[in-house]
Design a protein around this ligand. Structure first.
Ligand code: DC
Length: 224
């Protein structure tokens, strides 16, 4: 990241609305978005496809380092396979959370994430954007919501994508994934000390986006 490239980090647990909020803030500001979760999902998907043992850290980090990914018009291709939907399943999310607990995998994806900080600016969506990847970002947001609310949102999101699920199963998976993401030693899911924490349980997406844009203006990152 150069001094000239502003970054707004948006971290938080799964289903907190980070993805939607990041896309809207980026659209308003005309900035790029880094969906860092997609990188962990891709690494896990590639590992599962090649039959690698999920405990084999060196092989997993090798896979992460050599991912051949293309982002094209909103679709994601791994080699030549369109994986846009397959990396969004709950299984893929849980696999991602498992490989993301490994420091070597995280290290393999670090430079790639930092290279996404290009002009005019970047909205970095993830778990450790404000703590590890962009610790000097001028605005850091930590977005959260109750587990029940997040399970409901996830259900709706998956349904819209044509993926079947059950709210009760989603709530259990969300709690397990939160626990794994929060308790890992490498870059755990915690708010940066200087993050603005927003509990979105009772807020609409628009209200959250407005709060972030307001904070961006206050820091001189966006025009009023
Ligand atoms: O945001 P997501 O649900 O697509 O992320 C999938 C998993 O990837 C998540 O459970 C934890 C991991 N992840 C991470 O450890 N660090 C990030 N910056 C982003 C995601």
């Amino acid at each position: 990241m150069t001094e000239a490239t502003p970054v707004i980090t948006i971290d938080g647990p799964s289903g907190s609305g980070k993805g939607t909020v990041s896309a809207r803030v980026a659209k308003t500001l005309g900035w790029h978005v880094l969906d860092s979760g997609a990188l962990y999902r891709l690494a896990a998907y590639a590992a599962r496809k090649s039959g690698i043992d999920f405990k084999n850290q060196p092989q997993l980090s090798e896979i992460a380092r050599n991912l051949r990914v293309r982002f094209e018009q909103g679709r994601i291709f791994l080699e030549d396979e369109d994986v846009s939907l397959s990396i969004r399943t709950e299984q893929a999310g849980n696999d991602a959370s498992r490989v993301a607990a490994m420091p070597e995998v995280r290290a393999a994806l670090l430079d790639w994430q930092r290279e996404a900080a290009v002009a005019p600016g970047l909205i970095a969506d993830g778990r450790d954007m404000g703590t590890t990847v962009f610790p000097r970002a001028p605005l850091k947001v930590f977005l959260t919501a109750s587990a029940e609310e997040r399970a409901k949102r996830r259900y709706k999101q998956l349904k819209e994508k044509g993926i079947k699920s059950k709210i009760s199963d989603l709530a259990v998976e969300i709690r397990e994934r939160d626990e794994r993401d929060r308790s890992r030693a490498a870059s755990p899911l915690v708010p940066a000390g200087d993050a603005m924490v927003i509990d979105s349980t009772a807020f609409s997406i628009e209200q959250v986006v407005d709060q972030i844009l307001q904070a961006a203006q206050e820091r001189g990152l966006a025009k009023p």
